[in-house]
Every structure is written in C-alpha cells, then in structure tokens.
Design a protein around this ligand. Structure first.
Ligand SMILES: CC(C)(COP(=O)(O)OP(=O)(O)OC[C@H]1O[C@@H](n2cnc3c(N)ncnc32)[C@H](O)[C@@H]1OP(=O)(O)O)[C@@H](O)C(=O)NCCC(=O)NCCS
Length: 157
C-alpha cells in the first residue's frame, strides 16, 4: 500500500483517543499527555480552540498518526504531531501538516509556531523539510531530562 497517499486525514474524535494515546506512548519523543488533556483536545467546548487530525488506513480504519494545533489567532501552536513508528518516513507527517495548514488558513490563522527538544533530530529534520525555520531558543525549557527548546515558525500566507 502507498501508506501516505492512501491514508485518510480526518478530524480526531473521542473514539480515537485510545489509539492516539497508544501511538503517543510508544514514541519516546512525542509529548505524553494525560487522558484529561486529550479529552480537552476533542472537546468542542474547551477553553482553547484546537484543530486535531488523524491519519488512518483506508481499509482497517486504524489511526497511524495525528497532529494537534491550538489556535491563538492570528497564530497557532503545533502542540503535538506523531506517526506510529512502522508508518514513519512514508509522507504521513507531511500530509498531516498540509491538512492542518489548510484548516488553519480557513480559520484565519496566518502563522504557526512550535517548540521542539534540541536533541530531537528527526523532528528538526522533518520541520526543516516542511519549510519551518528556527526563530529562537528557550534555554532549559524542558525538564526530565532538562534541555533547550528550539522555536520554529511557518508563515502560511
Ligand atoms: C516527526 C514525525 C512526525 C515525522 O513524521 P513522518 O511521517 O515520518 O514524516 P514524513 O514521512 O512526512 O517526512 C517528510 C520529510 O521530513 C524529513 N524527515 C522525516 N523524518 C526524518 C528523520 N527521521 N530525519 C531527518 N529528516 C526527516 C524528510 O525530509 C522527509 O522526506 P523524505 O522521507 O522524502 O526524505 C515522526 O518522525 C514522529 O512521529 N516522531 C516522533 C514524535 C515526535 O518527535 N514528534 C515531534 C515532536 S512534538
């Protein structure tokens, strides 16, 4: 199967959370959120408005990856993105970001920001390939282990 080309990108719902959390927990570099934090992501009445997407296999319907952005118009923060290890490097991450960018543009967002651990070479390579640029660093931003954050941004229009 052409994993990325065939995958369906759609909005995340509460029924996706067990699989989303499974993907997240299996990846050392993905942010690990609590069940309550994930429930807020898919809650339409939550204080923070978010766009959350999943990429799923067209037949089995199993989610293979996800992306979550929080809106603070005219900006948004890409809070989390992950693709299950066996499905990585097939273009799914790229498709998730493209779909997210489209939805963010529709929502009136012109710029996306994110923070990433300075040691996360895969994510840094991924974001650079998608055209994000480094705009700064936050010293010792992360704990456990303590580490700098690289701030990156992408203009959508
Ligand atoms: C970062 C991540 C989401 C990328 O997803 P993906 O589906 O594997 O990415 P894609 O296949 O769409 O890659 C698009 C391009 O990004 C770059 N890229 C992706 N993974 C890379 C890696 N490990 N090293 C260097 N460049 C990479 C490549 O240029 C790639 O194009 P190519 O495969 O044609 O060379 C995935 O590696 C992941 O889930 N990592 C763990 C969680 C994480 O670190 N999330 C980010 C922090 S929140």
């Amino acid at each position: 199967m052409n994993v990325a080309g065939d995958a369906r990108i759609r909005s995340m719902g509460i029924e996706d959370l067990p699989r989303v959390i499974e993907i997240e927990r299996a990846l050392k570099h993905a942010p690990h959120w609590t069940q309550a934090a994930w429930e807020a992501v898919v809650d339409p009445n939550a204080a923070v408005r978010r766009i959350a997407l999943v990429a799923e296999e067209p037949n089995a319907g199993e989610a293979l990856g996800f992306a979550v952005a929080a809106l603070a118009k005219p900006e948004a923060e890409l809070e989390s993105i992950a693709v299950a290890a066996p499905a990585q490097r097939c273009g799914l991450g790229r498709r998730l970001v493209a779909a997210l960018a489209e939805e963010l543009l529709h929502a009136g967002v012109g710029e996306v920001f994110l923070e990433v651990r300075a040691s996360n070479r895969a994510a840094l390579g991924f974001y650079a390939a998608l055209g994000l640029t480094e705009i700064g660093r936050r010293a010792r931003y992360y704990a456990d282990p303590e580490e700098d954050a690289v701030l990156m941004g992408l203009r959508l229009r």
